[in-house]
Ligand binder design. Structure first.
Ligand code: AVI
Length: 326
């Protein structure tokens, strides 16, 4: 059973998402132009991301599913039944049934910023798990989110798969981990601290990393370029899509893959009536995807208020799932 989605998005009189407008205008005004990666996920962007997860070069989704399948007994032993599972940035909820079947929760709360996608995914999941109460919440999960009243007093498990945490710089990741903890603690029963099951992508060779973010079919390029189409449509932009090229680079000092949109020629355009120029070769930095080792992952979680309890890897140690306690 799927409840009506709670909608928490701040729009102005013209129906423009205020946070999107603010982030784009500010980001395009910086010396290194940048737009936060969260704005990739309009309906088309969410669909393109689903396509990415099926690419031969994009290993994280398969590796994480492998862990969820191989260790379902461990999850059941470590987490137990009867919790409410709160998924942050649920997207298509593709991996969720693997976890839900293993631990038998009392309720499922998917949180996602892309409303239509969220509702469609919740409906699909309800067909697979008809007895599970589902309470979708349309919201930005990087901030504190009010939980549906229906899960008041139920112990919680936060689920944050997919290495989405890797898309945040550590400072933001730590803030968000703390917000997640506060989100989950409100309404938790005494003596049952929230748990968090979080996916992180491991540091590995550039030879595996770059193709994962610059695939031969150009799906990741389309995903990156869709941001420009979205800015043009939603923020009354005149950015020439054909002038941009997708670029993926490994930043070894910070252990992250970066995605950029590189101008192929000198261009001028407007967004919300503001004028911008870019020279040939200049980029808009659109995404970071941080990779973690065992220790850097633990340091990040501890800084965010979570104590790691257990860790599971896939068979080639490309990816890890970590269970932590508040
Ligand atoms: C959602 N996130 C974890 C993906 C990643 O791998 O950083 C987004 C992505 N960007 C390009 N390909 C996939």
């Amino acid at each position: 059973t799927v409840q009506q989605a709670l909608r928490i998005v701040d729009e102005d009189e013209a129906g423009i998402d205020k946070a999107f407008k603010r982030d784009v205008l500010k980001g395009l005004s910086e010396p290194q132009k940048a737009v936060p990666a969260r704005w990739f996920y309009d309906e088309r962007g969410s669909q393109l991301f689903e396509d990415i997860t099926r690419l031969p070069e994009y290993y994280p989704t398969r590796a994480e599913k492998e862990i969820l399948r191989a260790h379902s007994g461990d999850f059941r032993a470590a987490i137990g039944p009867g919790r409410a599972v709160v998924e942050f940035g649920s997207g298509s909820s593709a991996k969720t049934p693997l976890l839900l079947r293993a631990i038998e929760p009392l309720a499922y709360v998917p949180i996602d910023i892309s409303g239509e996608f969220l509702r469609a995914s919740a409906d699909r999941l309800a067909e697979k798990l008809p007895d599970l109460p589902i309470h979708p919440v349309e919201a930005d999960f990087t901030r504190r989110v009010t939980m549906p009243a229906e899960i008041d007093g139920t112990a919680r498990l936060g689920f944050f798969p997919g290495s989405t945490i890797g898309n945040m710089v550590p400072r933001t990741a730590v803030d968000m981990l703390r917000e997640m903890r506060a989100t989950l603690e409100a309404g938790s029963p005494e003596g049952a601290p929230p748990l968090l099951l979080i996916g992180m992508d491991r540091i590995k060779s550039r030879k595996l990393l770059i193709p994962a973010y610059d695939d031969s079919q150009g799906v990741t390029a389309a995903f990156n370029l869709n941001l420009i189409t979205r800015i043009n449509r939603e923020l009354d932009g005149t950015m020439p899509v054909d002038a941009f090229r997708h670029k993926a680079v490994w930043n070894d000092d910070i252990a992250r893959v970066e995605m950029h949109l590189e101008a192929q020629r000198d261009i001028a355009f407007t967004v919300c009536e503001r004028e911008f120029t870019m020279s040939a070769g200049e980029t808009i930095h659109t995404e970071n995807s941080h990779k973690y080792g065992r220790r850097s992952a633990a340091a990040l979680l501890l800084a965010g208020g979570w104590t790691p309890l257990e860790r599971w890897n896939d068979h080639d140690s490309r990816f890890m799932l970590i269970l932590a306690e508040a």
